[in-house]
Design a protein around this ligand. Structure first.
Ligand code: 2P0
Length: 356
């Protein structure tokens, strides 16, 4: 029987605090602005992926949550092609290596969170896919190198190759080689940071990010100002706030970023609405919390969906969780989940297993 080679890994969901929205090159997923994310729990919100290859497989396949996925799309193909060409280069420099680059791939992925509900499922998905294949091929690539490949699967995926606080530098080269993710700080840098996720809806979102952002780029004048003036300022403030563990600035920029992104969505024609009444109620609860505290101790952010992520520091968890429970407890359609910020570890960067 033919040998089956396999390797597994997991990748976490990341939530942007400076948002990616808009592509200058839709084929390579090159963004119109840089972004920053915080990677959430290792345990609760992750994609687990196993990549296998064998001459006994007839073609490349991908199963996500037990359903077969189309792998012929340009994004998945770009990831396969780049990873195979890195493996082929290794094989030509070391002829004793098995010729894995020419074998069909079988990828099996499982998410433990709602797909396409604004919880960045494509980010964790493509990051896990790229890392799993890189492990299978025993590539010596760094997370930043792999981020350049994952970006071609889904822009935000490049940030899920790291844990903690991550910047995706937009870069300026036309081939995208400098549009990569880098770690700003590990999660351990700010051990008191906490996040609460309000799952307002686990339904699939109405407008996909890919098409939404293209319509924004084509129709919103606010978008231009956001990309050229607002985000560069927020990138600078956010990077410094993280370095200095300055929660007030971190929180203020996080909320202003979310508002700026959703204002741009509203300024898109036809408009894109991701927030709903429960999302807006969550914003008011955060404002109440900060008013009571006399400073910013909690910050909301929303991606391309109605679910809220609330950041706060451990010492304020009683105030934040308490007010959320009493204010939103009577509303239908949300459930709170406490998530700690954790390190991304390369869980399964283990040697390739050879299964007979
Ligand atoms: C972000 N979002 O920075 C922003 C905030 C949604 C709102 O990245 O077309 O799924 O696959 O590159 O990465 C969602 O965009 O889009 C996203 P593609 P992606 O997290």
């Amino acid at each position: 029987m033919a040998e089956v080679y396999q390797a597994s890994t997991t990748a976490p969901v990341n939530i942007a605090v400076v948002k990616y929205w808009g592509k200058r090159d839709p084929k390579l997923n090159l963004p119109t602005n840089s972004s920053v994310s915080v990677t959430l729990s290792q345990v609760d919100l992750r994609t687990h992926t196993t990549a296998a290859c064998s001459s006994s497989f007839s073609e490349d396949t991908l199963l996500l949550n037990s359903s077969p996925q189309d792998v012929s799309g340009a994004r998945t193909q770009a990831c396969f092609r780049e990873l195979r060409s890195l493996r082929a280069a290794l094989e030509s420099s070391n002829p004793s290596l098995p010729k894995l680059s020419s074998l069909p791939l079988r990828i099996v992925s499982e998410n433990n969170f709602p797909t396409a509900a604004g919880l960045a499922s494509s980010a964790a998905g493509f990051a896990a896919l790229v890392r799993a294949i890189a492990n299978l091929y025993e590539l010596p690539s760094s997370p930043t190198d792999l981020s350049c490949i994952a970006r071609q699967g889904s822009g935000s995926a490049c940030r899920s190759l790291f844990g903690g606080y991550v910047a995706w530098q937009m870069g300026s080269k036309v081939d995208g080689s400098d549009s990569v993710a880098v770690e700003l700080a590990p999660a351990s840098h700010w051990p008191t940071m906490r996040a609460l996720i309000l799952v307002v809806s686990a339904e699939k979102k109405g407008v996909s990010s890919t098409s939404g952002m293209q319509i924004t780029v084509g129709t919103s004048e606010l978008f231009q100002r956001r990309a050229e003036v607002v985000v560069p300022k927020h990138m600078e403030l956010m990077t410094k706030a993280i370095q200095e563990r300055d929660f007030e600035t971190f929180g203020k920029v996080t909320m202003m970023e979310s508002n700026s992104f959703h204002a741009t969505c509203l300024d898109t024609f036809p408009p894109i609405f991701y927030l709903n009444d429960v999302s807006r109620a969550a914003i008011r609860v955060v404002e109440d919390i900060n008013r009571k505290a006399g400073k910013i101790v909690a910050a909301y952010t929303f991606d391309a969906g109605p679910n809220a992520v609330i950041y706060f520091e451990e010492q304020n968890s009683g105030l934040v969780a308490g007010l959320f429970k009493s204010a939103l407890g009577s509303l239908d359609g949300w459930q709170g989940r406490d998530i700690e910020v954790q390190e991304a570890t390369d869980v399964d960067a283990r040697a390739v297993e050879v299964l007979k």
